[in-house]
Design a protein around this ligand. Structure first.
Ligand SMILES: Cc1cc2nc3c(=O)[nH]c(=O)nc-3n(C[C@H](O)[C@H](O)[C@H](O)COP(=O)(O)OP(=O)(O)OC[C@H]3O[C@@H](n4cnc5c(N)ncnc54)[C@H](O)[C@@H]3O)c2cc1C
Length: 541
């Protein structure tokens, strides 16, 4: 296999020679290191493109040729505006400062990180799992979404779209009548699963759904940022920790195409990257991660907290932390449920973004999650329409996203409108919108609609055990004290700790907690802080 290329460009020949030397000495064995002293020559190398004569333009054009390549800018200390332009306009992944001596401190660790990221999504010639299905099948969508979110590499073969492809024809011939049982998953060992569902595929690809033992110091339910942070802190401080996740580690954040306000990542990072890094970090400290696995009930047999899992197994622990976040609120309109997974999607639908090439995509909702998704779809779709009930985005979306959206010529805002009905036989074909200013119904063609209309916790399984507010968010700490009284049944001579529920030793953090700030950083903060209280609780069990 040809070596991947590390391309460096600088018009200062001394700098160029130095960076080339340092790159070669560290990465020469695995990468082809190419140096170029001009953007023009570099673009020629990339694909003989016509160039504009500045570094950001080069990065922008280079990005069009190799959109998956990682891009870093080497800039002078004083020239922060070059870095900011490069971040804003060329989506660079990192900027290095000149001089970078010693490279072992100021160049290699950051480059290693970038290359690790790149390798995580780089697919050389394909040797892994193949999934055969059709774009408009909800089952195929669920399976692809599951594989993508669990970072299981696979090749997608749309049997309708590639019906004339010789390789697809050959595969379908070999499959014979089995080809009717879509989605079909073909594994490298020659085995296959027909009408595959995520749980079967999870077992086959070795995702762990069963605990290794029945007792843990700390059990965490939910693998979003809050649960992952608690797992890292708990395990790194010596607690035997298990984390149970219903779908895929990363939670809602894992669906975000670009988180730009998380401290320490000035260029932003995708939720997928954040989740991958956090999972590696948690596993390094020995956290056992069960996914996909759902927790369906909890009970106490003092001093133990016992969880019942969807497969019927039970896990007991001394301390339990709930970090189950929130799930998308459903949109109530005719056609929505019927076409879900066939053009109608809840959340980011990163699996679908590529399929929207050249199409018109509707994003419903005006919060940051909708804005990020619109920015992501705009890279592929012909046109993206953000539909909001209100008269503008300003009260619901962060200014930085509003500014980015304004700069995108193919994103349009449709204010004062709401979904009335989704139309289509086998997949979404049209949407009717009710326009509140005119009272008119407008029916427009559409191939995909992504819904972001807020979220609610799913905590019914905790009813009768934990105190929740009227929307299902879990009460903790001071919220449990009413009229100076501790919660009913609380048998200790202390108040509940800050993030503790009305059952001693059961804690709740992140979006699922009543009154929490719905952000990645606050979830991470609460998950980490909770571990301190868990230690205090465990010291007296
Ligand atoms: C598209 C999108 C973009 C966003 N962008 C940003 C951003 O740019 N910046 C920012 O700060 N915030 C952003 N947010 C908000 C942020 O992602 C959330 O505040 C954060 O993920 C909350 O973390 P959490 O761990 O509390 O819950 P979640 O992320 O919701 O994770 C909860 C996890 O628990 C699992 N779970 C639920 N019930 C069970 C059960 N019974 N058994 C097992 N597992 C269960 C779920 O599957 C889920 O994985 C965004 C959200 C979305 C949806």
């Amino acid at each position: 296999m040809a070596k991947p290329i590390l391309l460096s460009v600088d018009d200062d020949s001394d700098v160029l020679r130095a960076i080339e030397r340092d790159l070669r000495s560290k990465y020469g064995a695995d990468y082809r290191v190419i140096a170029s002293d001009s953007p023009e020559q570099a673009l020629n190398i990339l694909g003989q493109l016509k160039v504009r004569n500045d570094s950001v333009a080069f990065l922008q054009e280079g990005m069009q040729i190799f959109p998956d390549a990682k891009r870093a800018l080497l800039t002078a200390y004083a020239d922060t505006s070059a870095a900011i332009n490069a971040i804003n306009q060329a989506n660079i992944n990192y900027f290095f400062l000149k001089p970078w001596d010693p490279p072992s401190e100021h160049l290699y660790p950051q480059l290693d990180d970038l290359l690790d990221d790149w390798r995580a999504s780089y697919r050389p010639s394909f040797e892994g799992i193949r999934v055969l299905g059709t774009r408009w099948s909800p089952r195929s969508y669920d399976l692809r979404d599951f594989l993508a979110r669990n970072r299981v590499p696979y090749q997608w073969i749309d049997v309708e779209l590639s019906a004339n492809d010789p390789e697809t024809k050959r595969l379908l011939e070999v499959l014979g009548t089995d080809a009717a049982s879509l989605p079909v998953v073909l594994f490298p060992d020659g085995t296959k699963l027909l009408e595959s569902v995520p749980a079967e595929v999870a077992q086959k690809v070795g995702l762990r759904t069963r605990a290794q033992t029945t007792f843990y110091d700390l059990a965490i339910v939910g693998g979003g940022p809050a649960g992952l942070a608690a797992a890292v802190y708990g395990a790194s401080e010596g607690l035997h920790t298990v984390m149970i996740e219903r779908e895929a580690p990363g939670g809602q954040a894992g669906m975000s195409s670009r988180i730009e306000n998380y401290l320490g990542f000035p260029m932003g990072l995708s939720g997928g990257d954040l989740a991958r890094r956090a999972v590696v970090q948690a596993q390094r400290f020995g956290v056992e991660i069960l996914a996909p696995q759902e927790t369906v009930a909890v009970r106490t047999e003092d001093p133990y907290r016992i969880l019942k899992l969807a497969d019927g197994n039970e896990i007991s622990c001394h301390a339990l932390l709930l970090a189950t976040g929130v799930q998308w609120r459903r949109l109530e309109a005719p056609g929505i449920d019927r076409l879900q997974g066939a053009g109608v999607y809840y959340g980011g639908g990163s699996t679908e973004a590529l399929s929207c090439k050249g199409e018109i995509v509707y994003v419903i909702g005006g919060a940051n999650s909708a804005g990020q998704a619109a920015m992501n779809f705009a890279k592929f779709a012909d046109r993206v329409v953000i539909v909001v009930r209100g008269s503008s985005l300003s009260s619901t979306m962060s200014q930085y996203l509003i500014d980015q959206i304004k700069e995108m010529p193919n994103i349009q805002i449709w204010a004062n409108a709401s979904v009335h009905e989704a139309h289509g036989e086998t997949h979404l074909e049209e949407i009717s919108f009710l326009c509140s200013d005119s009272g008119n119904l407008e029916r427009v063609p559409a191939s995909a609609m992504f819904i972001f209309i807020g979220a609610l916790p799913r905590t019914d399984w905790l009813a009768g055990v934990l105190e929740r507010d009227d929307r299902g968010f879990i009460l903790t700490g001071p919220d449990l004290i009413s009229g100076g009284e501790r919660p009913k049944g609380w048998g200790l001579d202390r108040d509940p700790y800050l993030l503790e529920t009305n059952v001693p030793g059961i804690f709740a953090v992140g979006d699922v907690r009543h009154g929490s700030v719905k952000r990645v950083a606050s979830g991470v903060g609460e998950g980490s802080v909770a571990v301190q209280f868990i230690h205090q609780y465990l010291s007296k069990v």
